[in-house]
Design a protein around this ligand. Structure first.
Ligand SMILES: Cc1ncc(COP(=O)(O)O)c(C=O)c1O
Length: 404
């Protein structure tokens, strides 16, 4: 008889954003007259930049002719895109990363969920708490954790590193030594950024202990401050302990287009085996390449016009971030994030739980945010608003919250 992967049964409830979508849909059905402002899920709202649209059109036209038609893409990505990434995201920033260390994918959600496959199931995982849920859930599915602990509201066998106001929302080196460490900076959900010095401590720690850092830099484009690293490879020694994940979703609005990449340096080895070759094997077997059309669009992100247009797009969202941050501060909320990230992290008022505040905001201001507890036990008492709405909706949401 067929058996199922029982690890899936350890996962409580549904994916956070499905729960939110259902609550909002139920509320809207009961109150069809209310105009709900959604600052919950981190999805972009601005259209693709003209340089990207041009590249997409051109690539579509190429597909219409036998001479320029493209079938299966190379598993690891087209050379034109891998070279553009290596040059613009790494070499121009002084990081030694070569094109053949870039693995093009359909986004950072897939990569951050799939990367664990190349590691043994006996590895101990460390994550920040609160955290982007994919890192934990995919390790649960793979059997790398114990059961869900209802009292602690997290999984046995995982090292949770609390990121709270007291520690500036940055993880501290854990007492128990982990094997796999997931770090995400600028951070989703807290919006916190890490300095190069602090990140260097993690790189040194990983090299000392033999751990591997999975560094999710999906929000790198939102960094505005000096001294905040855009890549973990700005740190000395990162090539021997870190894999970096990037996405085109938030820097270029590709949430519906789908493109990302992983960087696995060739020096990175464990048990005498190259992780680069393991990931290449995995990618080659299970992934048939991101579409040609999309990779051409990705290439346009690095063109002079693309860069200029996307700088403006990121600035548009960051104006929202500042508007939310200042608006909430003026209204007496305790707020953080929003400086190097498109997320604003606020403390729920009057001792409300995260979900109580979610309901309160939905019912009284008709504004949707994300309850901090959905990102982990230490997110309880916090709430996330995103800067990805339109400026008009953002203004409207803040006006309503201020009027409460
Ligand atoms: C930290 C983090 N990593 C990865 C992703 C997913 O990125 P992508 O759209 O490239 O799959 C998100 C999306 O919200 C995210 O917040």
């Amino acid at each position: 008889m067929v058996t199922i992967n029982k690890n899936y049964l350890k996962l409580p409830g549904s994916y956070l954003f499905s729960t939110i979508a259902k609550k909002v849909a139920d509320y809207q059905a009961a109150h069809p007259e209310e105009k709900i402002v959604r600052l919950g899920i981190g999805d972009v709202t601005q259209p693709l930049a003209p340089a990207i649209i041009d590249a997409l059109h051109k690539a579509v036209d190429e597909m219409a002719h036998a001479e320029t038609f493209h079938g299966y893409a190379p598993d690891l990505g087209y050379e034109f895109l891998r070279s553009a990434i290596a040059k613009n995201d790494y070499q121009d920033r002084g990081c030694r990363i070569e094109a053949d260390e870039i693995f093009v994918s359909d986004g950072a959600k897939s990569d951050s969920g799939n990367i664990q496959e190349i590691f043994g199931t006996d590895n101990k995982v460390a994550v920040c708490d609160p955290v982007y849920p994919v890192y934990v859930d995919t390790n649960v599915m793979a059997g790398r954790t114990g059961e869900y602990n209802k009292e602690r509201e997290n999984f046995d066998g995982v090292i949770y590193m609390p990121c709270l106001e007291e520690n500036g929302f940055l993880p501290e080196l854990p007492k128990e030594t982990p094997d796999l460490i997931y770090l995400c900076f600028p951070n989703n959900p807290s919006g916190a950024a890490i300095t190069k010095e602090k990140l260097q401590e993690w790189v040194d720690y990983a090299n000392k202990t033999g751990a591997v850092i999975i560094y999710d830099a999906a929000y790198e484009a939102y960094i505005t401050e000096e001294g905040v690293p855009h890549s973990i490879y700005e740190c000395e020694g990162a090539r021997t302990c870190a894999i970096e994940l990037r996405s085109f979703s938030k820097n270029a609005g590709f949430t519906g287009v789908r493109l990302g990449f992983a960087v696995v340096p060739k020096e990175l080895e464990r048990e005498g085996v190259s992780l680069h070759s393991l990931w290449a094997r995995r990618h080659g077997t299970k992934f048939n390449g991101a579409p040609y059309i999309v990779q051409r669009a990705g290439e346009a992100v690095y063109s002079p016009e693309g860069k200029a247009q996307l700088k403006e797009q990121v600035a548009y969202y960051m104006r929202n971030a500042h508007y939310i941050y200042n608006g909430l501060k003026d209204a007496g909320y305790s707020v953080s994030g929003g400086v190097n990230a498109p997320y604003i992290w606020l403390k729920t008022p009057k001792g409300m739980t995260s979900w109580e505040f979610f309901d309160y905001l939905l019912e009284t201001a008709h504004v949707v945010g994300t309850p901090g507890s959905g990102f982990g036990a230490h997110g309880e008492g916090y709430f996330r608003l995103t800067a990805f709405g339109t400026f008009e909706n953002t203004q409207e949401a803040i006006r309503r919250i201020q009027a409460l």
